[in-house]
Each structure stands twice: as structure tokens, then as C-alpha cells.
Design a protein around this ligand. Structure first.
Ligand SMILES: Cc1cc2nc3c(=O)[nH]c(=O)nc-3n(C[C@H](O)[C@H](O)[C@H](O)COP(=O)(O)OP(=O)(O)OC[C@H]3O[C@@H](n4cnc5c(N)ncnc54)[C@H](O)[C@@H]3O)c2cc1C
Length: 518
């Protein structure tokens, strides 16, 4: 069994050697112009001083107090989480980690947690970037993390309706491998695909690689099965669509482990694409490229990939020389020809001043490689003393240009002149787009938390002030709660609290996420 790295991305068996890490750091420092070429070593697990567990374990339940399991589930994988883990700091380690193998075991864990007055933190792949799985007890005597990772199977496939029933703890590769046996795919590829799970995607309303059309996991969910804190089953009827009142699925989508534990879902699947065509286009300005993206989606085209990358990000990812913005375009289908759609999108790019190169490789290929490697590179940046943070939003087209300028300006102002702030459009809709920002800056060892907080608050304030959402797909968790509370209508907040009180009367599930802890 492969063990996950207890502090960084990926698995222990793929950690670079000290020499490999030094070589990577030297290359990155030369490319960025800052960061130490002498990377700091992570604190080994044996040297970590975890807080003593506050509960004794009963026998007969799937519970563990193994240090690796407790450290792994102490927090998610935001920049700050990686810094803390790298330094061997796990103040929010759960008192125990439960890994039930079926719903009966899950219910038994919930019953034990209630009797022992523990908070329960549902967890999938643990890739939250918003403090969503920190094992904080709230008003309770301790916290147990409820990992869904043992529930990782595709249980049924309905090839006629093109849907599959999948357990919540399956990661991207695990569910794709099992669907592949039926010639099917979910084609949902968030950047965290390797480690994140179906249940986590549903609980956070994750967004995958489709830039248009079905972008959020919401669009792929047919029905959800969950267990409430009191052990009741919540299962919606499998339907292609329904107008029967408010949707039960919609209440669980984005509930972030606060209302119920999602155990499985029926999701819409596809045959693997047989037709794929791509191109890239260089634009003198980001705003020019954005105008082309708007023309493409408002023309009725629905490219699977439509990422507009600003000149700084193109240079950072070796996809460009820093002189132009880059649009990476891809169309795919499981039968229908896509050549005409690509030709029409390329013509629209040219009309908006784009210089088009056809083919899926070249600049687009370099950017894709950098995108896939990014979670691993971030671990190296942490070891080199480089702050690397991302945040994202969505805004209507009429405000996009001023929004981007405002957010980039405010983030730079918060960190000073050495900071690099890049932007890309990750998802495009007929009425707006989702801008995604990356911040890279040198940071003195020990100052990371303060600098990260400065970026987080400045960026979040700028996003809200300029009319965007506090998150398009990274979730609310704890880190975005202040802005989420300002964004959501007050009567809706009251309705959500009432739902929480009905479903989780002990306020045991993930206290402090989405709602103030009671
Ligand atoms: C490098 C990196 C890249 C990322 N890229 C993307 C991206 O492209 N798109 C995107 O949308 N997000 C992205 N994320 C954020 C993160 O991967 C998503 O939020 C993802 O959906 C979390 O899934 P998970 O299984 O890891 O959930 P976890 O991190 O374990 O949990 C996240 C939240 O969901 C709740 N939860 C998890 N499972 C369940 C369940 N079965 N029942 C009830 N509640 C549950 C938890 O309580 C918590 O509140 C990225 C994160 C990182 C670190």
C-alpha cells in the first residue's frame, strides 16, 4: 500500500532525493530570479510532536491514532498547510481517524462520536485549500476525521442512460480506471484529480477541466446518497432532470461536510472522446484575448478547453516569451466531427487580433505540462522560501477587465514590488468568465503565515469589492468564510442555519466551516 506524503503533494515513494531537490531548486531560482537554491529539508514524521489524543479508542470500530494518519488529516493542502507540514507543525491533528468500509460502520462511528462528544470532520482526498478539513473541535471535547477513502468503488453502470453509481471516496484515477473497464469516463479533471475524491468534489462544488458546458461537478450529478449526523439516509431519486421543488442535491452540493456525509452518487458519464482537435492563439493583450473568448462562447461554441493565460503566466510556465497572452483551445467529442468548430473559433481569434497556431502541442502543450506538475513544484517552492498562492473568482463580462486590473493591483500592493501576480481564465460562460490568479513572491522563513494572510485578505477584499464571487470552485471552508458571509443574502443564511440545526442537531459535522462554530 502506497503511503501519502504526510506534509506535501503525492506519495512518499515519489519524493525527490536531496540531490534532485537541489537541482530543481537551482533551476526554479534561476527562472524566477528569487528563492533559495539551497532548499530546506522537511521535518520527518518521527521528529514531529503531535498533540496528545484527547480520547481513548473503543474496540470494534475502524479507528486509528497512528501518527501518519493523524498528521495526514490535520489539514488540507493550501500553501500554508504545506508550509506547516514541511516544518512539522500539525496543531489541528485529529484525535483519531475513522475509515469505515460500509455505511453500517460509518453510522457506528457517528454514534461513538456523539457519545464521546467529538466533532466529526468528513474527508476525502484532503486536498482542501480553504481550511476545510482542519480537525478543529469547535465546542466539542475533541475531533475525529471521518475518511471516506475505503469507499472507493464504482458500484454500477447504466450504459443505456450513461450514468454510474460511484462511492464517495474514489479518487480521480481510481474511478477512471474502473469506468475505463466499461469504455466510459467521467471526464472530470480538476488539477487535484490525482488525490481528490468524488465526495470531496460534490461537497465543494469542484470544477474540472471543461472550460465551457459542464464545468462544475453539479452538472454531472444525477443523484446523491448521504448519511446525516443522526444516521438517517438522504437519497435523492435518479432523474435526468426534475422540477419538483427545491433540489435535494443542490443542498448537499457545496455543503462542505457540514450537513451530511456523502457516501455515493450517480453521475453522468461519457464514452472516451474519439475526436480531439486543438490550437493556440497569441494576443498582444489579455483584454484582447478575453474579447476573443467572449466571442467564442457567445457564438454558441463550447470548447472543452479554453484557457486564456496572461503573458506573465505564459513566461512562468515556459509557454511563451512574456510578450503576449496565450489562448489554449481544445474541442472534443465522442463521434461528431469537431474540425468546423475549431476553424470557427480560430477565425474569431483572428478577428480579435490573435495569431493562431493549429495543433495540440507547442505553447499549449508546455502550459499543460506545467499545469500538471504544479502541485509538486509548489512543495519545492515552499522548501526554497517562495510563497505561492492561488485564488479564483467569477464575474460577468461587463466587469471582467476592470475586475482583473483591480484584483491584480490590490494583491501587488499588499505584497510589494517583488511579487509576481499572474492571471488566467479557467472557465468561460456566455455571460462571464472565471479568472484565476497565481501569486509568487520571495518570503523569509518564518514570515510565511503573516505574508500569506496579507495576500488572502487583500485579494479576498478586492474580489468582493470588484463584484466577483469569493470562490468559483475552491470552496468556502474556513478561510473564505468572512467574505462568504458578506456575499450570501441574510435570509438564505438563516435558512442554511435552520437546515444545519435539523440535520445536525449536535452541530457536530465540521464546526466552523461555512457557519460560525457553535
Ligand atoms: C494543487 C491543488 C489543485 C487544485 N485544483 C482544483 C481544481 O482544479 N478544481 C477544483 O474545484 N478544486 C481544486 N482544488 C481544491 C480541492 O482539490 C477541491 O476542493 C476538491 O474538491 C477537494 O476534494 P477532496 O476529496 O480532497 O476533499 P477534502 O479536501 O477531503 O474535503 C474538502 C471538503 O469537502 C468535505 N467532504 C469531503 N468528502 C466528503 C464527503 N464524502 N461527504 C461530505 N463532505 C465531504 C470536507 O469536509 C471538506 O469540507 C485544488 C487543490 C490543490 C491542493
Amino acid at each position: 500500500v502506497r503511503r501519502r506524503s504526510h506534509w506535501g503533494w503525492g506519495y512518499e515513494d515519489e519524493r525527490p532525493s536531496a540531490d534532485e531537490l537541489r537541482a530543481a531548486a537551482a533551476g526554479l531560482a534561476a527562472h524566477l530570479g528569487f528563492g533559495s537554491p539551497e532548499p530546506e529539508e522537511p521535518v520527518p514524521l518521527e521528529a514531529v510532536d503531535l498533540p496528545a489524543p484527547r480520547v481513548a479508542l473503543p474496540t470494534g470500530l475502524p479507528l486509528s491514532q497512528d501518527p501518519h494518519a493523524r498528521a495526514l488529516h490535520a489539514h488540507g493542502r493550501s500553501y500554508l498547510d504545506v508550509v506547516r507540514g514541511h516544518r512539522g507543525r500539525f496543531p489541528h491533528a485529529p484525535d483519531a481517524v475513522a475509515t469505515p468500509r460500509d455505511e453500517d460502520e460509518l453510522r457506528a462511528v457517528l454514534e461513538w462520536a456523539a457519545a464521546a462528544d467529538l466533532a466529526v470532520i468528513p474527508a476525502g482526498g484532503g486536498t482542501s485549500v480553504t481550511g476545510g478539513i482542519d480537525a478543529l473541535p469547535g465546542a466539542h471535547a475533541g475531533a475525529v476525521t471521518l475518511s471516506l477513502r475505503a469507499l472507493d468503488r464504482v458500484l454500477a453502470v447504466d450504459a443505456t442512460s450513461r450514468a454510474a453509481r460511484i462511492q464517495a471516496g474514489a479518487t480521480g484515477p481510481e474511478l477512471e480506471r474502473q469506468l475505463g473497464e466499461h469504455g466510459l469516463t467521467l471526464r472530470f479533471f480538476p488539477q487535484s484529480f490525482e488525490l481528490s475524491t468524488l465526495g470531496g468534489w460534490i461537497a465543494t462544488r469542484a470544477a474540472g477541466h471543461f472550460a465551457t458546458g459542464p464545468t462544475h461537478v453539479d452538472d454531472l450529478v444525477e443523484s446523491i446518497r448521504a448519511i446525516t449526523a443522526t444516521g438517517d439516509v438522504w437519497e435523492s431519486r435518479r432523474l435526468p432532470a426534475s422540477g419538483a421543488g427545491p433540489s435535494p442535491d443542490r443542498l448537499l452540493l457545496g455543503s462542505e461536510g457540514t450537513l451530511a456525509v456523502i457516501t455515493e452518487a450517480w453521475v453522468r458519464v461519457l464514452p472516451r472522446p474519439s475526436e480531439r482537435r486543438g490550437a493556440s492563439a497569441a494576443f498582444p493583450t489579455f483584454a484582447g484575448g478575453a474579447a476573443a473568448v467572449r466571442a467564442i462562447v457567445q457564438d454558441g461554441l463550447r470548447p472543452a478547453n479554453c484557457r486564456l493565460i496572461d503573458a506573465r503566466e505564459a513566461a512562468l510556465t515556459f509557454a511563451g516569451d512574456g510578450g503576449s497572452a496565450l489562448l489554449v483551445l481544445g474541442f472534443e467529442s465522442s463521434g461528431a466531427p469537431v474540425g468546423e468548430q475549431l476553424a470557427r473559433a480560430c477565425a474569431l481569434c483572428e478577428q480579435h487580433g490573435g495569431n493562431v497556431s493549429e495543433g495540440r502541442e507547442g505553447a499549449g502543450g508546455s502550459w499543460r505540462e506545467a499545469f500538471l506538475r504544479a502541485p509538486y513544484v509548489r512543495d519545492t517552492l515552499v522548501a526554497m522560501g517562495v510563497l505561492s498562492e492561488t485564488f479564483e473568482s467569477a464575474v460577468t463580462w461587463d466587469r471582467l477587465d476592470t475586475f482583473v486590473d483591480h484584483v491584480v493591483g490590490a494583491t501587488r500592493a499588499a505584497l510589494g514590488p517583488e511579487v509576481l501576480v499572474t492571471v488566467r481564465l479557467t472557465h468561460a460562460y456566455p455571460d462571464g468568465a472565471a479568472p484565476y490568479f497565481t501569486v509568487v513572491a520571495p518570503v523569509a522563513r518564518g514570515d510565511e503565515e503573516e505574508r500569506w494572510l496579507a495576500v488572502k485578505r487583500a485579494a479576498s477584499e478586492a474580489v468582493l469589492a470588484a463584484g466577483g464571487t469569493i470562490t468559483h470552485h475552491h470552496s468556502v471552508g474556513r478561510d473564505h468564510r468572512p467574505e462568504y458571509e458578506r456575499q450570501r443574502p441574510a435570509p438564505f443564511a438563516a435558512a442554511l442555519r435552520a437546515a444545519k440545526a435539523a440535520l445536525d442537531p449536535g452541530s457536530r459535522l465540521n464546526p466552523g466551516v461555512l457557519f460560525e462554530a457553535e
